[in-house]
Design a protein around this ligand. Structure first.
Ligand SMILES: Nc1ncnc2c1ncn2[C@@H]1O[C@H](COP(=O)(O)OP(=O)(O)OP(=O)(O)O)[C@@H](O)[C@H]1O
Ligand code: NI
Length: 365
């Protein structure tokens, strides 16, 4: 008998986000992140998807304590779990503590990071700077050795250490940024659209590299992208955001086979193939709601083929659905999966994964 624990049995959190809300201060404040609950498992690749403007980057910045005004956290907590069982309240860190925590525990590769390298410094100078700032006791030879080792690890010839950023291709610059983020061996690496600016072949290579590095070094990755096909390929688990909230979360295979939220369904149906051009999240009619508005309804209701009265009346909570075809794998925020609210069992077409208007015959009165 196979006694190897399965992925879900081995799963334990390295980071949890509870009730996180972030506003952008303005005449009409923008409620960009609205009570997000999310957990990242130790060593897993968690994919975070959703249309442009749904709050993915804001969430990542908030968790990494990198928000700048006019953005600010209005509620919630982020807890980091150390391997020894102790916990760190991320929002309580300040000054030196915060500096040490970042890079060491959480690191982030930003959207468009490959253009964030300093053009007048060599790769070596920029990598060594991070080590010098965080581990001043490390001597020059050791720093040099680690930088070379790391470049090699991300698939760049260590001879490139003495190159300037403009001498490198976009793909190489992005690899250098990844090396920099990994230099202090963080437990969680946030990658915000790390490959969107690159051509498809280089994108794939870098993704394969990330998967390999994760297996080798054991860090967790929160991978943010518009591209559902990339996400399905690389992630162990997936979280789908809509209008500042997580609307569905679960193992990648389950989400692919039996998506529960009509929005997830729409996303999965709106890209043509796994190998074709990255298409982004087109194809769902309608627009995302104005995030300056308070929402006391399902944010997706206007665009949802399964909309019923209750959807306009209250916001669905993100809850587990053990009775759903997905079993206990994951959670969904959708009234259609709660007969006591929806007034009928989930429509068959929804369970079959069809993104089309609910039919009269599917409504059980
Ligand atoms: N400085 C700002 N002031 C006001 N609103 C902002 C500001 N920056 C972002 N927003 C709003 O916050 C919301 C969330 O933006 P965010 O960048 O987090 O979304 P995203 O999901 O990462 O989008 P993308 O996929 O385009 O990167 C958006 O509606 C955006 O308009
Ligand atoms: Ni973003």
């Amino acid at each position: 008998m196979n006694t190897q624990p399965t992925f879900s049995e081995r799963w334990s959190p390295v980071l949890t986000v509870r009730g996180l809300s972030v506003d952008y201060e303005a005449e009409r404040p923008v409620h960009a992140v609205r009570g997000v609950d999310l957990a990242v498992g130790r060593g897993e690749i968690l994919g975070l998807a959703g249309e442009s403007g749904c709050g993915k980057s804001t969430l990542a910045y908030a968790v990494n304590r990198l928000l700048r005004p006019p953005a600010h956290v209005v509620g919630g907590e982020v807890v980091f779990y150390h391997a020894d069982g102790t916990e760190t309240d991320v929002f309580a860190l300040d000054g030196e503590q915060l500096r040490r925590f970042r890079w060491n525990r959480l690191a982030m590769v930003f959207q468009g990071a490959m253009n964030a390298l300093n053009p007048v410094l060599t790769v070596r100078a920029q990598l060594e700077d991070v080590i010098r700032a965080h581990e001043p006791a490390t001597d020059r030879r050791e720093r040099g050795r680690r930088c070379a080792e790391l470049l090699e690890l991300v698939g760049v010839d260590p001879r490139r250490l003495d190159s300037y950023p403009h001498e490198l291709s976009g793909g190489m610059r992005q690899r250098v940024m990844i090396a920099m983020a990994l230099i202090l061996r963080p437990d969680v690496l946030f990658m915000d659209e790390p490959t969107t600016a690159l051509d498809v072949v280089v994108q794939r290579e870098i993704l394969a590299e990330i998967a390999r590095l994760r297996a080798e070094l054991g860090f967790a990755v929160v991978f943010i992208t518009h591209d559902m096909s990339l996400l399905l390929e690389i992630s162990d688990r997936i979280a789908i955001m809509y209008a500042g909230r997580v609307v569905e979360e679960g193992g990648t295979e389950r989400v692919r086979r039996t998506p529960l939220h009509p929005y997830t369904l729409g996303l999965l149906r709106s890209f043509p193939s796994l190998t074709g051009e990255p298409t982004g999240l087109h194809g769902i009619p309608g627009r995302t709601p104005d995030l300056a508005e308070e929402l006391d309804r399902c944010a997706f209701a206007e665009r949802c083929p399964y909309r019923r009265e209750v959807c306009d009346g209250e916001q669905p909570p993100l809850v587990a659905h053990p009775d759903s075809p997905a079993g206990a794998d994951g959670r969904v925020a959708c009234h259609a999966h709660d007969p006591s609210r929806y007034g009928t069992a989930p429509p068959e077409s929804l369970l079959r994964g069809e993104f089309r208007p609910i039919e009269e015959s599917e409504v059980i009165r």
